[in-house]
Design a protein around this ligand. Structure first.
Ligand code: ADP
Ligand code: MG
Length: 833
């Protein structure tokens, strides 16, 4: 496969970053002294590299000077590797990645991505390119795929050319720089997601970006392929400086283990004398086997801090670089030969083979000769011609691989030679050698298988861990669910108990139903028998029905006639009723003058109306009765008043008689009075005469004393006589006057009463007249009402009769309808059956 091969040393480039802010603040000294392009001296000691970049070197300068060539090499079919080595924060990531999307600040990887495609576009059109990239990191000697987070522990295998590669690593085909950048972004994002402290993590893990370019010439079918590893190593500082303890310390040791195995590999390669290069000590060294002393053009950036604070680390870094500088790689183009080329090669190889066979034969004969000599001399242990083990066991080449056919181009390599390092020479036969070889191969195979297994197991473990977490979550939720479910269960059990009871009942009911069912079955049988009979009967009935239907149609006709008639009658009735209502005086009741609708409706209206009239009549009758009562009362009152009147008249006549007698009496009294007055006058005259006589007697005093005395006595008697009736008269007069006054009072009183009675009489009379007129009026009304009532009764009777007839008609109609419907249903049933 490999054709043109060339040996070359690893290129080592040294880059110093500027002092950072905290170093300046701390007042650290700037220790490196740059001499020329390739030398830097620290504390008086000079270190020479292929190139030394002072602090002010731009990213572009770095790229153009060193990395650009590598792109060309890779596109030319060589393998390439760029390492960045140095302590944490010495500028490794800055150099490899830089600011990914900043045209000035971007580091080597983004520039390479761009450059590759620029080259490709400028190359022969007949070339077809397949570019794929992978991105992974190595942490604690586990390879983690950054493009697929599920792949956490990938294994390293060897391909058919015994070149190690990461098995199962995600490969992305890319066709533009943007796609490459996308992949880098994705990988970086995944890296960030996986860890908590990115700075710490990135300083302890190696990140490797792999670009695999395959090209094929469309016409010649010539195939070339080149791999480019871009490696940002973990910080090279010693553990003590970071102050790690416990688990972190273990981790640091582990990380340092991979770095120290890198150092060991480099040392072994640098010394060049050691036969064994410990590539297999760590996965990283295995992956980079070709990059270190193998088929690869390798560039190593040694990143350093300029601060006096880091001088020890800087020195050891520089030493490391010096050692690495001595490693020699044999880079060859990875060319897949075309048929023509193969043919040539075959011829060449055939020729080689022939020559080798010749040599073998020659050697064999020589050997035989020697053996014979040996037998003669019996010197078997310290024989100068014995094949030393190192020569017979095929030495691992610098890549740890068994030598390929072409590498041992000269058969003379197996010629016996003196080796100072192997004082004890053990003879082993060809067979044994092959056996050992086979065994070693087997062991390596087993190792790879184990690696594979470990990877699978760890993947499984990761998966199981995830599953565990999921399961735990599920468990928690399940617990909650289970509580819910148990409560639900309790409820359900209760429900189920209830349901069971219900079911029992239902079962009982079912049993009953079953019994019933049996009975019913029996019944059904009976019924079916009956049915048959009935069916026969039905047939008869059907005939009958036909007749009835005819009858029905006739009846319907009749009924329609009747309906019409009823409607007419009803109309008449309604008219009567409305008239009646007019007569009764209830204007509220309004009757539809035209009755044409359904008879039932009309009837209801009529009924309503009649009931209204009924209530009206009732109220009227009541009123009549009230009026009659009132009349009776009036009569009674009138009689009473009449009686009172007659008694009053009697009283008046009595009083009149009394008045009359009193008047008479008064006249008598008047007469008496007059008599008495006359008497008084006559007596007064007598008195005057007597007075005259007395005066005469005085004149004649002596004349007759006796007479005088006699006359005085007479006078006194007379006076006495006169005096006594006067008094009685006066008394009588006063009494009479009193009597008169009294009588007059009585008369006045009686006159008053009489007057009042008269008035009362007048009033009663007028009342009586009024009542009489009222009575007359009421009697008239009553007569009218009685007349209406009678008419109403009559119409009611008529209506009742009518109603009855209509009801009868309706009933018959209804019956007919029923029969008709029954017949229809049976017919329908029969049709369905
Ligand atoms: P490492 O990857 O080695 O741990 P970084 O590349 O992350 O270190 O660099 C640490 C810091 O120093 C970053 O902030 C980076 O920008 C800065 N830095 C490193 N090298 C340079 C340089 N050559 N010029 C300017 N700044 C630099
Ligand atoms: Mg870094």
């Amino acid at each position: 496969m490999a054709d043109a091969s060339a040996e070359c040393n690893i290129k080592v480039l040294c880059r110093f970053r500027p002092l950072n802010q905290s170093e300046i603040i701390r007042g650290d000294k700037f220790i490196p002294l740059f001499q020329g392009d390739d030398t830097v001296s620290i504390a008086g000691k000079s270190y020479v590299f292929d190139r030394v970049f002072p602090t002010n070197t731009t990213q572009e300068q770095v790229y153009n000077t060193c990395a650009k060539q590598i792109v060309k090499d890779v596109l030319g079919g060589y393998n390439g590797t760029i390492f960045a080595y140095g302590q944490t924060s010495s500028g490794k990531t800055h150099t490899m990645e830089g600011k990914l999307h900043d045209p000035h600040g971007m580091g080597i990887i983004p520039r390479i991505a761009e450059d590759i495609f620029n080259h490709i576009f400028a190359m022969d059109e007949n070339l077809e390119f397949h570019i794929k990239v992978s991105y992974f990191e190595i942490y604690m000697d586990k390879i983690r795929d950054l493009l697929d987070v599920t792949k956490t522990n990938l294994a390293v295998h060897e391909d058919k050319n015994r070149v190690p590669y990461v098995k199962g690593c995600t490969e992305r085909f890319v066709s533009s720089p943007e796609e490459v950048m996308d992949v880098i972004d994705e990988g970086k994002a995944n890296r960030h997601v996986a860890v908590t402290n990115m700075n710490e993590h990135s300083s302890r893990s190696h990140s490797i970006f792999l670009i695999n370019i395959k090209q094929e010439h469309v016409e010649t079918e010539q195939k070339l392929c080149g791999k480019l590893y871009l490696v940002d190593l973990a910080g090279s500082e010693k553990v003590s400086k970071t102050g790690a303890e416990g688990a972190v310390l273990d981790e640091a040791k582990n990380i340092n283990k991979s770095l120290s195995s890198l150092g060991n590999v480099i040392s072994a390669l640098a010394e060049g004398t050691k036969t064994h290069v410990p590539y297999r000590d760590s996965k990283m060294t295995r992956i980079l086997q070709d990059s270190l002393g193998g088929n690869c053009r390798t560039t190593m950036f040694i990143c350093c801090s300029p601060s006096s604070y880091n001088d020890q680390e800087t020195k050891s870094t520089l030493m490391f670089g010096q050692r690495a500088k001595t490693i020699r790689n044999t880079a060859s183009v990875n060319l897949e030969l075309t048929a023509e080329q193969w043919k040539k090669k075959y011829e060449k190889e055939k020729e080689k083979n022939r020559m080798m066979n010749e040599t073998v034969q020659r050697l064999e004969s020589e050997l035989n000769r020697w053996m014979n000599d040996e037998e003669d001399s019996e010197l078997d242990q310290l024989c100068p011609g014995a094949v030393p083990l190192e020569c017979l066991i095929p030495r691992e080449d610098s890549l740890g691989r068994l030598p390929r056919e072409e590498s041992s181009s000269s058969g003379l390599s197996r010629l016996p030679r003196e080796d100072s390092s192997s004082s004890i020479v053990i003879r082993i036969s060809e067979e044994e050698r092959q056996k050992y070889e086979e065994e070693i191969r087997k062991l390596y195979k087993q190792l790879d298988d184990k690696d594979d297994e470990i990877n699978q197991q760890s993947q499984l473990a990761e998966k199981l861990k995830e599953q565990m977490l999921d399961q735990e979550e599920l468990l928690v939720s399940s617990r909650g669910d289970s509580e819910k479910v148990s409560s639900e269960l309790g409820r359900l059990q209760m429900e189920s108990d209830i349901a069971k009871a219900e079911v029992k009942e239902v079962l009982q009911a079912l049993e009953e139903l079953a019994v019933n069912y049996d009975e019913k079955c029996q019944e059904v049988e009976d019924k079916s028998l009956q049915n048959k009979l009935l069916a026969e009967e039905l047939a008869k009935k059907m005939a009958h029905l036909m007749r009835i239907e005819a009858e029905l149609s006739r009846l319907q006709e009749v009924s329609s006639h009747q309906r019409k008639r009823i409607a007419e009658v009803l109309n008449g009735l309604m008219r009567d009723l409305s008239e009646f209502s007019a007569i009764v005086g209830n204007k509220d009741i309004k009757l539809p003058m035209e009755i044409t609708g359904a008879i039932e409706e009309e009837f209801t209206v009529a009924r309503l109306y009649i009931s209204k009239i009924k209530s009206e009549v009732k109220s009227m009758v009541k009123r009549c009765r009230q009026l009659e009562n009132l009349q009776m009362e009036c009569h009674r009152k009138m009689e009473e008043t009449g009686r009172e009147l007659s008694s009053c008249q009697l009283l008046i006549s009595q009083h009149e008689a009394k008045i009359h007698s009193l008047t008479e009496y008064m006249q008598n009294i008047e007469l008496k009075n007059r008599q008495l007055e006359d008497n008084y006058d006559s007596l007064s005259e007598e008195l005057a005469k007597l007075h005259a006589q007395e005066s005469m007697s005085e004149v004649t005093k002596g004349e007759n004393q006796a007479d005088i005395e006699e006359s005085a006595d007479v006078k006194r008697a007379l006076v006495q006589q006169m005096e006594s009736p006067r008094e009685t008269h006066h008394k009588q007069l006063g009494r009479l006057r009193d009597d008169i006054n009294e009588k007059q009072k009585i008369i006045d009183d009686l006159t008053d009463r009489n007057h009042r009675l008269h008035l009362e009489l007048e009033r009663l009379r007028s009342d009586f007249d009024r009542l009489r007129s009222q009575e007359h009026h009421k009697t008239l009304q009553l007569e009218e009402l009685t007349f209406i009532h009678e008419r109403h009764e009559q119409s009611k009777q008529d209506l009742k009769g009518l109603e009855e007839t209509v009801a009868r008609e309706l009933q018959t109609l209804h019956n007919l309808r029923k029969l008709f419907v029954q017949d229809l249903t049976t017919r329908v049933k029969r049709v369905r059956e």
